[in-house]
Design a protein around this ligand. Structure first.
Ligand SMILES: [Zn+2]
Ligand SMILES: [Zn+2]
Length: 453
C-alpha cells in the first residue's frame, strides 16, 4: 500500500516518523500522524564536539524540523516525556518553526520555562501542565501519561491512541525499584497493557547491547559513602546535573560524614532549583553556599561539580586548572566521577583526569570501584525482555540508539516472541495502521546547528 504523495495521513492511517534520535543517540524528535494531523513527541539537542563556542563550550545541534514546519498548521501539539536535553533542549531554538502547544508535567515544564526565559520566549510558548495518569485529547490523538523510572524527576512513558490503535511510547526508562526520588517502578502498570492490545512499542535501545539488569539508583549510596569516608581531604563528585536523585544521595552522605555539600556549575543549581520548586527536593537535604566551602577545613568539604565529560567551560576542568574562583584543589584531595564517559568524550575526560593526577589529586572512576558509584538510566537486556513480555506489543520499533543498538533491541523482541520488528532510522516512515510496513527515507532529514543562548 503506497503512502500518499503529499504524506498527509488519512482517517484510517496511524504513522510514526522519527526526524531525530533513531539511528543515533541524542536530539530526539518524533512525529505521529493520523487523520490529517501530526503530534510531536520530544524535541531535543545534542552537543556538537566539532564546533566550539568562544567560551570553549560545545555548540548544540538539533534535528531539522523542515518536514513539519512546512505543515505547521497540521501540528496539533508537542508532548515532552522528560527534562533531559536530548528531549527538551531544542524547543527554544526551534520555536518559530513549531508554534504549537507544549504538554508536559510540572518538573519538565519548570526546566523548559527556565530555558524559555533565557531565550526571551516565556510569553510566547503555551505550556499545558499535565499529571501522571492524565488522559488528554490533543487533536485526534488520545494521550495517557504513565509514570516510569529513569534518571531524573518525572520521567514518563506514553500511550498514544489514534484511529482505534494504541501505541506504547516508552521514552527513556529502566526498571528501578529504588529510584531514591519519585515513584518506584510499578510492574502492574505495564503488565495490564497486555490486555489493551498494544499495536506497537516504540522503545529505548541505549543499553540494548548490555547484558543483565541496570544498577538501581539506590545502590550508589553505599559506594559513594565508603569513598567519601575514606577520603582525607576535600571530596569533589562529578555527576550529570539532571540526576537529582544522585544529588539527594550526596547530600545524605555529606550529612553522615560531617561534610558540607555545595553545587558548582550553573546546570546543577538550576536543576536543584527546579526540583525544589516542584516538590522533589527534601527539606532536610542541605545545600551550602559554594563560595563559603573554600574557608572550611578540607575534610568538611563535599563539592558536586559539573564537567564529568571533560567539558572545557565546566567547573571541574577549571578546578583542575586552578582557575576556579570558589574552590581550589590541592594534593591529597579526591575527585570521584559518579558518571560514565559518553562515547566520543574519552579524550576530553582523559586529559582532565591526567591534569588532576599531576596535582596528586586522587581520581576515582566507576571502573575503579567494586561498589557501584554510577547507575545508568536505560534498560539492559533483561529489562527489555521483561517489558516486552509484559506489554506483548504486536510490533517492536526500537529507537534511541545507533543501528547496532536498534538491531540488538529488535533481537530481544524477537526472542520474546514479538513477531514483527521494524528497524529504521530518521526519515523512515513507519505505517502502524491500517496495514503494517515502512517506507525508507520517505522524508529528508538533517541537522541544525545552534549558538547556545
Ligand atoms: Zn533521558
Ligand atoms: Zn534520551
Amino acid at each position: 500500500m503506497p503512502f500518499p504523495s503529499d504524506l498527509t495521513p488519512g482517517p484510517k492511517d496511524f504513522w510514526f516518523l522519527p526526524l531525530g534520535g533513531t539511528g543515533e543517540i541524542g536530539m530526539n524528535m518524533n512525529l505521529y500522524g493520523h487523520n490529517g494531523q501530526w503530534l510531536m513527541v520530544d524535541c531535543g539537542v545534542m552537543f556538537d564536539k566539532t564546533r566550539l563556542q568562544p567560551d570553549g563550550s560545545n555548540s548544540v545541534v538539533s534535528a531539522d524540523p523542515h518536514f513539519i514546519s512546512l505543515r505547521r498548521q497540521r501540528l496539533v501539539g508537542l508532548v515532552v516525556t522528560h527534562a533531559h536535553e536530548d528531549h527538551v533542549g531544542a524547543i527554544p531554538y526551534l520555536w518559530k518553526e513549531l508554534q504549537c502547544p507544549v504538554y508536559t508535567t510540572a518538573f519538565t515544564a519548570e526546566i523548559l520555562r527556565r530555558k524559555l526565559v533565557e531565550a526571551g520566549l516565556e510569553e510566547h510558548v503555551p505550556i499545558i501542565e499535565v499529571d501522571t495518569g492524565d488522559l488528554l485529547k490533543i487533536g485526534h490523538f488520545e494521550i495517557e501519561w504513565l509514570s516510569i523510572t529513569h534518571s531524573l524527576p518525572e520521567p514518563h512513558a506514553l500511550l498514544i491512541r489514534a484511529g482505534g490503535s494504541t501505541v506504547f511510547h516508552t521514552a527513556d526508562w529502566k526498571i528501578d525499584f529504588d529510584p531514591v526520588l519519585g515513584h518506584q517502578f510499578q510492574p502492574q502498570v505495564f503488565k495490564q497493557l497486555a490486555s489493551r492490545k498494544i499495536k506497537a512499542m516504540i522503545c529505548d535501545s541505549t543499553n540494548a547491547v548490555v547484558p543483565g539488569h541496570s544498577i538501581s539508583e539506590g545502590d550508589c549510596f553505599s559506594g559513594l559513602l565508603q569513598l567519601t569516608r575514606q577520603a582525607e581531604g576535600r571530596v569533589i563528585v562529578a555527576c550529570f546535573g539532571s540526576n537529582v536523585a544522585r544529588l539527594i544521595t550526596l547530600s545524605r552522605i555529606a550529612e553522615q560524614t560531617g561534610r558540607y555539600m555545595a553545587l558548582y556549575g550553573r546546570s546543577l543549581r538550576n536543576m536543584v532549583g527546579a526540583a525544589k520548586k516542584t516538590g522533589h527536593w527534601p527539606d532536610n537535604a542541605k545545600v551550602a553556599d559554594g563560595r563559603h566551602l573554600g574557608y572550611l577545613p578540607r575534610h568538611e568539604v563535599l563539592g558536586v561539580a559539573t564537567g564529568s565529560q571533560g567539558e572545557a567551560a565546566a567547573a571541574l576542568r577549571k578546578m583542575a586548572l586552578g582557575t576556579f574562583r570558589d574552590l581550589e584543589l590541592e594534593a591529597g584531595d579526591t575527585v570521584i566521577f559518579s558518571s560514565k564517559v559518553i562515547p566520543g568524550n574519552e579524550a576530553a575526560v582523559g586529559s582532565l583526569v591526567s591534569m588532576l593526577r599531576q596535582k596528586d589529586i586522587q581520581v576515582i572512576e566507576s571502573a575503579d570501584t567494586e561498589s557501584p558509584i554510577h547507575a545508568s538510566g536505560h534498560p539492559c537486556q533483561e529489562e527489555l525482555t521483561q517489558l516486552y513480555d509484559w506489554v506483548k506489543p504486536k510490533i517492536s520499533i526500537p529507537v534511541h540508539g545507533t543501528p547496532e543498538h536498534i538491531n540488538a533491541n529488535a533481537a530481544i523482541a524477537r526472542e520474546v516472541g514479538i513477531t514483527t520488528q521494524l528497524c529504521g532510522e530518521n526519515g523512515d516512515l513507519y505505517r502502524l495502521a491500517p496495514t503494517v510496513g515502512m517506507k525508507r527515507k520517505a522524508v529528508k532529514t538533517g541537522r541544525l546547528f545552534h549558538d547556545r543562548q
